[in-house]
Design a protein around this ligand. Structure first.
Ligand code: COA
Length: 558
């Protein structure tokens, strides 16, 4: 089928549907929902058999839905209607939720139902539910709906519904003096990553994000108890919560201590044995050891890795290499493995060029530490999405095992034609060939986990259910393998041979020479692209690599 996506943006759900429908032989083109006239033009150029709206913020115009079958992905159960569907479900503490694919009509979310899927809720952030449960359920429901459309004899059913209102900040407001930590975290989770909860810190209005439970610290409800790295701890009636990110009025979403330097006057609540605390608390870098395997997790918000975070993670990694283990597994965070350098902290810096340079140098130091590790075999366990430099940083490990369903964006071009670093010029060609490396870099579209393994970019694609257990089992097997010592010797020999041909420093210098041009040169594309990315600027046109119907050689199908 020829399927047109009309969508607010090419977000991770849209990326996943794009890939899954393409591999099933459908021809997909995309138009961002900018103006009715633009969507109408896209429809007349593409003449789709079906229109899908994976992620819309407003209704499809009648001029389109009255002439074409338009299927809308609604992040709510059958009968649920209206905005803030997930927000209400999370804040209300519902145990089960779902996705419905329904036909667009005049009344929002009230059209006949083509397919639906349900899932159990987890007590996590909205963005996490969206990227995981909602995405899987939406995929299942969209595939069913597409099959039903092909079958031609399916009659979608009309169901009675209940419309709810847009959740306002008044509904989200936190009463620090009366509400429990659990209720406060539910409110913050329901608003994360957008729009956050309006509140005050240091007497200044701001939006709060990135909440974590604290099981030991206590204090006067609402008072600020202290800080740890980038997060601030605030007391509740029955304990405390950590706030990792905030957005000041007119500002960017930033690590809390960066948005409010006043936080540095608070007591520092550092962890006694950093990286190894079992208590429920805020800990962005954590380490545990099981059966000869060290597991290093880095729970960085949105997978963005600032200069300081890269340095701390390098320190943690080097510390882990000194442990009596055979294998180190780099686990990343629960939602993202890594999305590369931290574009928000760069944007907020006094000199974004200097901060970009510091950040890329720090992430390269981390990649180099992984590449130079001689004492253990290293595994990148990519259980969450990864983008740009994050995809190549994972490749610095000896093995990359990726969870099926993960969306990868292994290219830098979308960020103002960045050349990229993280040793991709060293890591990619031996695995995918020179032309393969160029193709990956040129390709601006997402890649699925399976595709990454088929290309030889990553090593294994493991089923989503049981991924964590599977990783632990495979890593333990590696650690216990009788040929481990030989493998380590072979790894060292390979590194030395590669170094003799061309030192790592030469790859790094060449890449950074290009990056210097991106950061400090005449062409401002990277700075412009970064500004629009961090400001979440609305799109004013659809990139040509997505809107295939706007290709110069596109012919109106007969
Ligand atoms: N720095 C700072 N924030 C980042 C980030 C980065 N490198 N990558 C992602 N984010 C943030 C987004 O701003 C967004 O923030 P929000 O909480 O305000 O919504 C959130 O992560 C989710 O990103 P989003 O783009 O909505 O997710 P997605 O799954 O739809 O898309 C990517 C994933 C990787 C394609 C996209 O986030 C991206 O292009 N990131 C930039 C990667 C990059 O160029 N890194 C720098 C070069 S190494």
């Amino acid at each position: 089928m020829r399927i047109l996506f009309i969508t607010h943006s090419f977000n991770s759900l849209t990326q996943r549907l794009h890939y899954e429908l393409t591999v099933r032989g459908h021809e997909i083109s995309i138009e961002f929902d900018i103006a009715d006239s633009v969507s109408e033009e896209a429809v007349s150029l593409f003449r789709p058999d079906l229109i899908i709206a994976p992620f819309l913020k407003r209704a499809i115009p009648e001029s389109i839905w009255s002439r074409y079958l338009c299927l809308v992905v609604h992040p709510g159960i059958v009968g649920d209607r209206g905005p803030s569907a997930l927000d209400w479900a999370i804040q209300g503490g519902l145990k089960e939720w779902g996705v419905t694919v329904l036909q667009a009509e005049a009344e929002m979310d009230a059209g006949p139902v083509w397919a639906s899927a349900r899932f159990p809720m987890r007590p996590v952030r909205k963005a996490s539910i969206y990227r995981n449960e909602v995405t899987e359920a939406a995929l299942q429901a969209v595939l069913t709906a597409v099959e039903r459309k092909s079958a031609a004899d399916f009659l979608p059913e009309r169901v009675p519904g209940q419309a709810h209102a847009l959740m306002r900040q008044a509904d989200r407001a936190i009463a620090w003096s009366t509400e429990s930590s659990e209720a406060i975290i539910a409110k913050l989770n329901a608003a994360d990553g957008f729009p956050g909860v309006v509140d005050e810190l240091f007497g200044q209005p701001c939006h709060l994000f990135d909440a974590w439970p604290e099981s030991e610290l206590k204090g006067a409800p609402g008072s600020l108890l202290g800080r740890r790295e980038t997060a601030i701890c605030r007391a509740t009636v029955d304990g405390a919560v950590w706030i990792g990110h905030v957005k000041r009025q007119g500002g960017l979403k930033l690590p809390a201590t960066m948005a409010f330097p006043e936080a540095y006057a608070l007591p520092e609540l550092s962890l006694a044995d950093c990286w190894k605390t079992p208590a429920q608390t805020w800990q962005d870098i954590a380490y545990e050891e099981v059966a000869g395997v060290g597991f290093l997790s880095f729970e960085f918000y949105n997978g963005a890795m600032s200069t300081v975070q890269c340095r701390r993670l390098t320190e943690a990694f080097l510390w882990a290499t000194g442990r009596p283990t055979k294998v180190i597994v780099l686990r990343g965070g629960s939602d993202f493995w890594s999305n590369g350098i931290h574009l928000n902290t760069i944007e907020a810096a006094e000199s974004p060029s200097d901060e970009s340079w510091a950040n890329i140098s720090a992430i390269d130091d981390l990649a180099e530490a992984i590449l130079r590790c001689e004492t253990q075999l290293t595994v990148a366990a990519v259980g969450g999405n990864a983008g740009a430099g994050g995809c190549f940083l994972a490749r610095a490990a000896d093995f990359v095992w990726v969870r099926d369903g993960v969306v990868l964006n292994p290219h830098y071009k979308n960020m103002g034609n960045l050349f990229g670093s993280e040793f991709w010029t060293y890591l990619l060609p031996p695995r995918v060939g020179e032309e393969g490396a160029r193709a990956i870099m040129r390709h601006r579209l997402p890649m699925s986990a399976k595709e990454a393994v088929e290309l030889g970019f990553y090593d294994a694609c493991l089923p989503a259910p049981g991924f964590t257990v599977d990783i632990a089992r495979r890593a333990a097997e590696l650690a216990a393998a009788p040929d481990l010592a030989e493998r380590l010797v072979a790894k060292q020999a390979k590194r030395q041979a590669d170094e003799a041909i061309k030192p790592l420093s030469a790859y790094r210098d060449e890449e950074l020479k290009e990056m210097r041009r991106n950061f400090y040169g005449f062409d401002p594309s990277y700075h412009v692209a970064r500004y629009h990315f961090v400001s979440r600027s609305a799109h004013s046109w659809t990139p040509r690599h997505l809107a295939r119907h706007r290709d110069l050689d596109w012919k109106i199908p007969e």
